[in-house]
Design a protein around this ligand. Structure first.
Ligand SMILES: *Cc1c(COP(=O)(O)O)cnc(C)c1O
Length: 404
């Protein structure tokens, strides 16, 4: 059985005080804490194994290469990708989306359409705006309702033969909404459009099977799934990745270079120019090994209960308003308090040892939609507890009474 109090022990950062109070870390939407096995792996790499990959004939280089490729395989199996070659190491979600926007974007023509949604993170908005500028494509946006849910009927109307790509988030980092991505993917495919899923907020909370989803691309960041910063993944369907031109040129991504003609390496190397974050990739594999030992269904259920519990308690506070009230949500509670700026609440919570995030959470269009400057966001992981929520609610009430 899954026991959050036992799991917590694996995360050294959680066991500390700030301002003399036990740390309560409710900023998992921004980044997760790391289990000891991941930290140890990074240390081991630099203490013993450090070497460049895919190049040397020597022992350490082969060791580093094996570990890096082993990590890729672990991640491939975890997300059930067809082959290793379809699991590309990137710098993170932002980098993965930019790769697709540039490279898949090269295959698009003037007048082609791309659909995103009103609840996207800036990193799933701006690369498409840049592409539309570059290629004279047209960007369309699926609207949301007051609950913070996508309007699927409006989406159906936006889809047409001109739609080449739909790029939506699986779970909103601001609203917590879990989008019906299987239906979104099916509808897009019925029009011949491809689909990118921004999995930055879902890979750590839900079981992901890219073949079952039938998505064309799936992007996520290592640091939100208990791995290091500076490394992430882009999964893609093979025929698409094969058809797409390289994103960046350099070492490792070539087959042969001459001044007359350069040919490119096969997948996944075609999209992995230059020396990557080797320790990061290896340690991300370790993060997934760690996740594999946990019961993800039990975790998903627990995180959802934690969010519902917190949401209920916040809603009971006078003047509080929850932003994002879908029935189908998880792990994130965003809210505002009447006449108090989110930043002031966040500052007072911090002094009580509680880490939340305040602001627009890289989703300014959502703030515009609700006509608010920002929200206070508590975002949970499986190592958070109901007791922490109770402490947080007390501290929140105290902060409000100080500011009123
Ligand atoms: C965090 C996040 C991103 C961006 O991830 P980076 O790690 O900053 O590249 C994109 N989309 C969503 C939904 C996110 O939560």
């Amino acid at each position: 059985m899954f026991d959050p109090k036992e799991i917590r022990k694996e995360f050294p950062t959680l066991n500390q005080e700030v301002y003399g109070k036990p740390l309560i870390y409710f900023d998992n939407g921004a980044t997760s804490q790391k289990p000891k096995v991941v930290i140890d792996k990074i240390q081991q790499y630099y203490l013993k194994d450090n070497s460049n990959i895919h190049r040397g004939v020597h022992y350490l280089s082969q060791l580093a290469t094996e570990q890096y490729e082993e990590a890729r395989k672990t991640i491939q199996q975890y997300i059930n990708a067809e082959t290793n070659a379809q699991v590309l190491f990137t710098k993170g979600t932002t980098d993965s989306i930019n790769l697709v926007a540039f490279s898949f974007g090269e295959l698009l023509n003037e007048g082609d359409e791309i659909i995103i949604s009103a609840m996207e993170h800036h990193s799933n908005i701006v690369p498409w705006q840049m592409l539309c500028e570059r290629k004279k494509c047209v960007l369309k946006v699926i609207p949301i309702n007051q609950q913070g849910e996508l309007l699927i009927d409006a989406y159906k109307k936006l889809l047409s033969d001109k739609t080449k790509l739909v790029s939506v988030t699986h779970i909103s980092n601001t609203l917590g909404t879990i989008n019906p991505i299987k239906e979104i993917i099916r509808l897009a495919h019925s029009k011949g459009a491809k689909v990118l899923i921004d999995g930055a907020q879902s890979i750590q909370h839900l079981k992901i099977d890219v073949q079952d989803l039938d998505c064309d691309f799936f992007a996520f960041s290592g640091h939100k799934v208990f791995g290091p910063t500076g490394v992430g993944i882009l999964y893609g369907k093979k025929e698409l990745l094969d058809a797409m031109p390289p994103y960046q040129g350099g070492g490792d991504m070539i087959e042969k270079v001459s001044f007359e003609l350069t040919t490119y390496n096969e997948l996944p190397h075609k999209f992995e120019a230059g020396t990557p974050h080797i320790a990061g990739g290896i340690a991300l594999g370790t993060a997934f090994e760690f996740l594999k030992t946990l019961d993800l269904d039990a975790i998903s259920k627990y995180e959802r209960e934690l969010q519902e519990y917190a949401q209920e308690k916040i809603e009971a506070i006078e003047g509080a308003r929850i932003i994002g009230k879908s029935q189908n949500k998880t792990s994130v509670v965003s809210f505002v308090i009447d006449s108090i700026h989110p930043f002031d609440i966040g500052t007072l919570l911090d002094k009580q040892g509680i880490a939340v995030r305040t602001g627009h959470h890289c989703t300014q269009p959502i703030m515009d939609f609700y006509n608010i400057p920002g929200t206070i966001r508590a975002s949970f992981a499986f190592y958070n507890t109901f007791e922490e929520v109770d402490v947080f609610i007390k501290a929140l009430n105290r902060s409000i009474s100080m500011l009123k």
